[in-house]
Design a protein around this ligand. Structure first.
Ligand code: PBG
Length: 341
C-alpha cells in the first residue's frame, strides 16, 4: 500500500476558497492587542482578606496557600502595597473566636467588635480604600449557618432584623459596599429600607444574588472556622443545576434596590454570569471563590500548571462572560504580574 505524500495546494485553495483568513488578525502582538475584545485590569478586581483579632499575626490558610489571616497591624503595610499596585477595593472577612459566637450572632454588631474597629482604622489610614463587607450570620454564629437556626431549621424572617443590625453597624464603621451573602428571601429590600432609615442611603448593596450551594467554599470556611455545625446550606443557597431560578433571584434583588448583582462561584457558572449580563442593566460581579483559586495554587505548586497564565485566563473568562468586577484571591498577584509586563 502506498500513501500519497504531496498535497495539491492549488486544489486545496480552490475547495476552501480562503478569502477570509482569521489568522491575519493574529499575525503580531500589536494587531492582536488592537482587536482584543475583552480587557481585564486591576481596577476590575476586589481582593478578599481574612482578619483576626490580636497583634503580630499573619498565618497562612492551609487550604488556601498564599492567603493569610491577618491582625490589623500586620495588614496595614499589605494594604498599602496593594493600593500602590492599583488594587483598591477589598472585601474584609472576620475570623471570630469560638467563645464570641452565639445563636443570634450578637458579636457582629457588638460595640467592641474588633472587625468594625479595624474598618474604622483602615478608613482613617487609607481614605481612598473601598471596603466591602459580608452580611451573613455564619462567622458569628455558634450554629455556623447564615441564618438563625430554630429546631434545626434556618428561619428566614427572624434572620432579617439580625442582618439589618449587622449591616447598619458595618455602614456606621465606614463600609462602602454591603454584601449580603446569606441568601435569605427579601433581605435586600429589608436592608435597603433599614440602611436608608438609619441615614446610610449612600451605602451600596452588592447582593450575592445567585449563590449556589457549592463544594468550592471549603478553604474559605477553613479560614474563618465557619463551617455549618450540622446539615448543609441547601435550603437557602441555590441548586447548581438551576439557571432559570437565577433570573428569579436576580429580578427580586434588582427590584428590591440592589446596586450590583453577584454570581457565586464564578468558574463553573460562566453561563449564569452571561445570563445576568444580558438581562440586567446594573453591574454584574462574579466571585472567583476560594476552592477555584486553591485548585490553581495546588496545581502550580506541583508544577502541573503555569500559575500566571492560568490565573489570567480564568479571570479573563469571567470578564468575557460578562462580569464587570471580580472578587478574587488572585488580585494582588494579578496586579504584580501586570506591573512586570
Ligand atoms: C458567608 C460566605 C461564604 C463565602 C463568602 N461569604 C461561605 C459560605 O457561604 O459558606 C465563600 C467565599 C469563598 O469560598 O471564597 N456566607
Amino acid at each position: 500500500m502506498t500513501f500519497k505524500t504531496t498535497i495539491n495546494l492549488s486544489f486545496a485553495k480552490k475547495i476552501l476558497a480562503m478569502y477570509t483568513r482569521p489568522r491575519r488578525n493574529r499575525k503580531n502582538a500589536v494587531i492582536r492587542s488592537m482587536v482584543e475584545e475583552t480587557k481585564l485590569g486591576v481596577e476590575n478586581l476586589i481582593y478578599p482578606i481574612f482578619l483576626l483579632d490580636g497583634k503580630g499575626i499573619k498565618t497562612e490558610v492551609k487550604s488556601l496557600p498564599n492567603n493569610f489571616r491577618w491582625s490589623l497591624d500586620m495588614l496595614i503595610p499589605e494594604i498599602e502595597a496593594c493600593m500602590k499596585l492599583g488594587v483598591k477595593t477589598f472585601d474584609l472577612f472576620p475570623a471570630v473566636d469560638e467563645s464570641l459566637k452565639d445563636k443570634i450572632a450578637s458579636y457582629s454588631y457588638a460595640s467592641d467588635n474588633f472587625y468594625l474597629d479595624a474598618i474604622r482604622k483602615l478608613k482613617a489610614e487609607f481614605p481612598e480604600m473601598v471596603i466591602m463587607s459580608d452580611v451573613a450570620m455564619d462567622p458569628y454564629s455558634s450554629d455556623g449557618h447564615d441564618g438563625l437556626v430554630e429546631n434545626g431549621e434556618i428561619v428566614n424572617d427572624k434572620t432579617l432584623p439580625i442582618l439589618a443590625k449587622m449591616a447598619i453597624a458595618q455602614a456606621q464603621a465606614g463600609v462602602d459596599i454591603i454584601g449580603p451573602s446569606d441568601m435569605m428571601d427579601g433581605r435586600v429590600g429589608y436592608l435597603r429600607e433599614e440602611l436608608d432609615e438609619a441615614g446610610y442611603e449612600n451605602t451600596s448593596i452588592m447582593s450575592y444574588s445567585v449563590k449556589y450551594a457549592s463544594a468550592f467554599y471549603n478553604p474559605f470556611r477553613d479560614a474563618l472556622d465557619s463551617a455549618p455545625k450540622s446539615g448543609d446550606k441547601k435550603t437557602y443557597q441555590m441548586n447548581p443545576a438551576n439557571k432559570r431560578e437565577a433570573l428569579l433571584e436576580a429580578e427580586l434583588d434588582y427590584s428590591e434596590g440592589a446596586d450590583m448583582l453577584m454570581v457565586k462561584p464564578a468558574l463553573c457558572y460562566l453561563d449564569v454570569i452571561h445570563l445576568l449580563k444580558e438581562n440586567f442593566n446594573i453591574p454584574i460581579t462574579a466571585y472567583n471563590v476560594s476552592g477555584e483559586c486553591a485548585m490553581v495554587y495546588a496545581a502550580a505548586r506541583n508544577g502541573w500548571l503555569n500559575y500566571e497564565p492560568v490565573m489570567y485566563e480564568m479571570l479573563l473568562s469571567m470578564r468575557r462572560a460578562g462580569a464587570d468586577a471580580i472578587l478574587t484571591y488572585f488580585a494582588k498577584d494579578f496586579a504584580e504580574m501586570v506591573k512586570k509586563k
